[in-house]
Design a protein around this ligand. Structure first.
Ligand SMILES: Cc1cc2nc3c(=O)[nH]c(=O)nc-3n(C[C@H](O)[C@H](O)[C@H](O)COP(=O)(O)O)c2cc1C
Length: 334
């Protein structure tokens, strides 16, 4: 079907349905503190993605780098939804240079000859993917799984560096320093307290059920939420985990958006292979430790996010789903 042919009322209905479905699927995306800092506008053949400034963390993320990265994950989820449904789509990133909050546009151009099988696989993994803050209990991640995750990231124009054991110690020290810096600032703590804990019925934030019930034994400290949650944890450690860093050639909003798309591709690939993912963003949030992450990369690029990749006993009950905003709170129809 050509673009011109997409004028029949039945097509318009099918396209509207597909775009609504794509934006709804994108709602499953992970985001910093589960802020879900995205807003979608649907009109005709197009679906536009915007940063929702009301859900950007003013203290933790003043430049909106982690919000933009989170929106990039949502953009990739939406792309996978459309590709898996057999739609041919043009993706434009930063379509309006005068509006930095306008992050992307997906335009349906027609049908594809065949369904994209990788997208179909990713679409099935989207509702299964989740953040797991439990200690690591399993074997090290197999090299071929790490290679598949790296290849998925590279396919989205971002790079993935696997830290050596010495670099993991440097990361541990940076993460510790970042946590202490954040703990010393009341504005930082207030923002963290606003978005985490409790039962979170409003559809955003991290519930206590997803926060470890006591301190975990780790080399690299996980996020200090300022209180313990209700997530039961074992006595495991993070010794068998792999720590990887998403990075790229420059440090602009477009790079953060692409890094988010790469995070989605890598995390869905990990989910499909039974590899658990835990983002560590504190060392990126604090300027000094972000610089230390850059030194680890030997100035080969700019760091966007650190991830812990591991195997966690799938038989042990995992964390419950973090809440999400309803579709009508994130999608505008015009
Ligand atoms: C950019 C980004 C940074 C994140 N940083 C952290 C972090 O430092 N520590 C942590 O425990 N979780 C972190 N997360 C995970 C989010 O808290 C999680 O995605 C969110 O609560 C939704 O839960 P879900 O991933 O289980 O759907 C991060 C996620 C993203 C996308």
């Amino acid at each position: 079907m050509s673009n011109d042919a997409l004028t029949h009322p039945t097509d318009a209905l099918a396209i509207g349905h597909a775009l609504t479905e794509a934006a709804t699927t994108a709602g499953y995306a992970p985001s910093i503190h589960n802020t879900q800092p995205w807003r979608w506008r649907l009109a005709g053949h197009t679906l536009d993605l915007f940063t929702d400034r009301g859900r950007v963390l003013a203290v933790t993320d003043p430049g909106a780098r982690l919000a933009t990265l989170s929106c990039g994950v949502a953009l990739h989820h939406a792309r996978m939804s459309l590709a898996a449904q057999g739609w041919r789509v043009t993706t434009t990133r930063m379509p309006e240079p005068a509006d930095p909050d306008h992050l992307g546009r997906l335009r349906i151009d027609g049908r594809t000859a065949a369904v994209d099988q990788l997208a179909a696989l990713h679409l099935r993994a989207i509702p299964l993917r989740h953040t797991d803050r439990r200690p690591v209990t399993g074997e090290p991640v197999e090299p071929q799984k790490l290679q598949a995750i790296t290849a998925a990231v590279i396919a989205e124009d971002t790079w993935l560096h696997t830290l050596t054991s010495d670099q993991v110690l440097e990361l541990a020290s940076a993460a510790d320093h970042a946590q202490r810096t954040e703990a010393d600032e009341s504005a930082w703590q207030d923002e963290l307290a606003y978005w985490t804990g409790g039962t979170r019925s409003a559809g955003t934030g991290i519930p206590d059920a997803a926060i470890p019930g006591r301190a975990t034994q780790t080399t690299v400290p996980g996020r200090d939420f300022g209180h313990h949650g209700d997530l039961p944890i074992s006595a495991g450690h993070d010794k068998t985990a792999a720590f990887v860093m998403l990075y790229g050639r420059s440090d602009e909003p477009r790079d953060w958006l692409r890094a988010g798309e790469a995070l989605s591709a890598g995390w869905l690939t990990a989910t499909e292979r039974g590899v658990s993912v835990l983002p560590h963003s504190a060392p990126i949030e604090v300027v000094g430790t972000r610089q230390a992450m850059r030194v680890i990369l030997a100035s080969a690029g700019y760091p966007y996010l650190v991830l812990r990749l591991s195997t966690i006993d799938p038989a042990a009950a995992g964390p419950p789903r973090a809440p999400r905003l309803a579709a009508d709170q994130i999608i505008e129809q015009s």
